[in-house]
Ligand binder design. Structure first.
Ligand code: ADP
Ligand code: MG
Length: 268
């Protein structure tokens, strides 16, 4: 069994902190010396633009899904952090919904493409688009774990039903080993009743799946992508950096616990 944690960050709502979490969780794990690959599957490519100028990007994840696919190893780019790598996204990814429609192996393209390189990384993290289309399905089929960011706002839980139903369907057939690593509250503001109320609501629904770490609102998290920096390079002492450091610690802990649990299952 591979020891790589392949983690899809998903929630079909936009603006809930998927990309911010993908970038800064990946960066925090890399700082903890975990060799980490961030794969941008969102046509909007916000995660990619946080590292590179779009003009620099010749090959992207789009080419990995193409009819004559590029090797993913040729798409992966180094970053300033020697433990952090990025496979860029591109607007063209949006064309895949139509292009892949009707191909019997459409949901498996990403899993197949990754197989030669999975073992090279400790963590592979997918940033996904705000939809439950073919790209998110590819991410869930290729993943060992799912992490769901939920914004501390009214109606935050609405829509997670659809995500959890997709998760259950993928578990029932293509990927029975997929697990929810956890749910993380984002854009939290402890001064507002909305944040406190929704926190209680989310805890009632998700119970132990909820990470103890909450990601608070922090303007440094919003600013850092514009400077092509992760929050750790841009504002290492900010609350945003501290929150993502803590989340990475919890992620490492849960992955370790899960490994022990799976190992004892295998042994039984
Ligand atoms: P998604 O990928 O789910 O659409 P993003 O990560 O792009 O969400 O976040 C949406 C917007 O909110 C972005 O402008 C981002 O910079 C900002 N944002 C995300 N998390 C935080 C946070 N904890 N504090 C302040 N701004 C945030
Ligand atoms: Mg995004």
């Amino acid at each position: 069994m591979s020891l790589t944690c392949v983690l899809a960050i998903a929630n079909q709502k936009g603006g809930v902190g998927k990309t911010t979490t993908s970038i800064n969780l990946a960066a925090a794990l890399a700082l903890k010396k975990k060799k980490t690959l961030l794969i941008d599957l969102d046509p909007q490519s916000n995660a990619t633009i946080a590292f590179f100028d779009s003009a620099e990007i010749q090959t992207s994840m789009y080419d990995v899904f193409a009819d004559h696919p590029a090797e993913i190893a040729k798409v992966i780019r180094p970053t300033k952090d020697p433990n952090l790598f990025v496979a860029p996204g591109k607007l063209a990814l949006a064309r895949l919904e139509q292009q892949l429609a009707g191909q019997f192996d459409a949901p498996y393209k990403l899993k197949d493409a990754l197989s030669p390189i999975v073992k090279d990384f400790d963590f592979i993290i997918f940033d996904t688009p705000p939809a439950l289309g073919i790209l998110t399905v590819n991410a869930l089929v290729a993943s060992t774990h799912l992490l769901v960011p939920i914004q501390a706002a009214y109606f935050a839980i609405e829509g997670t039903d659809d995500l959890l139903e997709t998760y259950a369907r993928i578990r029932s057939r293509p990927n029975p080993d997929l697990k929810v690593l956890g749910v993380v509250i984002t854009l939290f503001d402890k001064r507002t009743n909305i944040s406190r109320d929704t926190h209680e609501q989310i805890r009632a629904v998700f119970g132990d799946a909820l990470f103890k770490t909450r990601i608070s609102k922090n303007v440094r998290l919003e600013e850092s992508p514009a400077y092509k920096e992760t929050v750790f390079a841009y504002a290492p002492k900010s609350s945003g950096a501290e929150d993502y450091r803590k989340l990475a610690q919890e992620v490492l802990h849960r992955v370790q616990e899960d490994r022990v649990a799976r190992h004892s299952q295998d042994a039984a």
